[in-house]
Write a protein that binds this ligand. Structure first.
Ligand SMILES: Cc1cc2nc3c(=O)[nH]c(=O)nc-3n(C[C@H](O)[C@H](O)[C@H](O)COP(=O)(O)OP(=O)(O)OC[C@H]3O[C@@H](n4cnc5c(N)ncnc54)[C@H](O)[C@@H]3O)c2cc1C
Length: 288
């Protein structure tokens, strides 16, 4: 992990408030593994908007090419509004890469990548890693409508992957009509196979809940990357906690080995990648 700066190479507007930010920093690129993230300084206040936040904001690393790493972000508030105004050449504060990473599939397993909206970036990172290792994978990617298709950019930029990539929209304006889990299940039915699967997912909580439920019912191991609200990224503010299912639903023996603090797992230091069956995927109405 480095506390450093990176230079903006590009900040491309992909429509509907989605941007691709390309940043140059050799050290960050060298330590990236699929699933990890950076905390980014957001730059200067944009006229007519609230002051730029002091706290950095967390974003998954989507792709590394040489000494440049990509972040795909959606403008949702004051910090991302500042980020959207960043120009080429600007110097940005970076802390990272942070967090754990996805567990690679076992030999012979097929990786199923499920990404929703701005949860697609870790799936790009995973697809890059799997392709580099000649591993078998399929991706199911979903957005609300074709207006949000900018979220697919990391996969669109690799046309050779097209036979592995399935796009879905909630309104049916592009690809499969429905959400990513439905797209995955429809494909399973159309193309039954006996290959063992391992699921990797990132997206809105409602999607992760569906992933966890379906994976459990099919007895498929699944890892999810959670994008909880996060203040510091380094385990100090405890703002990004998620509930430990082993604590709340575990046996008496399980709980006897834990302290009350084990009830909450910080996404920044214990995650953001978790076993889908190990955490309570409940957003309390707060997230996405
Ligand atoms: C590990 C991790 C990886 C992430 N990766 C990405 C990514 O690749 N691309 C991307 O676009 N976003 C990602 N996020 C979410 C991103 O960090 C937030 O959207 C961003 O911090 C919002 O900053 P803001 O100042 O613009 O919004 P604020 O002004 O702070 O908030 C604006 C609105 O957005 C809501 N909000 C803020 N943060 C979140 C959040 N984490 N989840 C849901 N709602 C939120 C607030 O409740 C509020 O309603 C990630 C979050 C985490 C924890």
């Amino acid at each position: 992990m480095h506390e450093t700066v990176a230079t903006v190479v590009e900040n491309r507007d992909l429509g509907s408030g989605v941007h691709l930010l390309r940043l140059r920093n050799r050290e960050v690129c060298a330590e990236q593994r699929a699933g990890r993230f950076v905390m980014l300084g957001v730059g200067e206040t944009v006229e007519g908007n609230p002051p730029a936040p002091m706290l950095r904001r967390p974003f998954s690393i989507q792709r590394v090419e040489g000494d440049v790493f990509d972040v795909l972000y959606r403008v949702v508030g004051v910090g991302t509004t500042c980020m959207a105004a960043m120009k080429r050449g600007r110097v940005v504060e970076v802390l990272g890469p942070l967090g754990n990473a996805f567990t690679p599939p076992a030999p012979g397993e097929q990786a199923i990548l499920l990404g929703g909206g701005v949860g697609i970036p870790p799936m790009v990172a995973m697809a890059d890693a799997l392709s580099a290792n000649n591993a078998d994978w399929k991706a199911f990617l979903g957005v609300s409508s074709t207006a949000d298709a900018g979220c697919f950019v990391g996969f669109d930029d690799r046309p050779s992957w097209d036979s592995r990539v399935h796009r879905a929209t909630m309104d049916g304006s592009l690809g499969f009509h429905g959400h990513v889990v439905q797209a995955w299940l429809a494909d399973r039915e159309a193309n039954p196979s006996v290959t063992k699967k391992r699921v990797y997912a990132c997206g809105p909580m409602v999607m992760l809940r569906a992933v966890a439920k379906v994976a459990a019912s099919l007895n498929i191991p699944a890892e999810v990357s959670v994008e909880t609200m996060m203040g510091c990224g380094i385990g100090i503010c405890m703002g990004c906690v998620i509930e430990n299912k082993r604590f709340t639903e575990g046996s008496v023996e399980d709980r006897s080995t834990m302290s009350p603090y084990d009830r909450w797992l910080m996404a920044c230091t214990k995650g953001p990648v978790f076993d889908a069956q190990g955490i309570v995927l409940d957003d309390g109405g707060l997230l996405h």
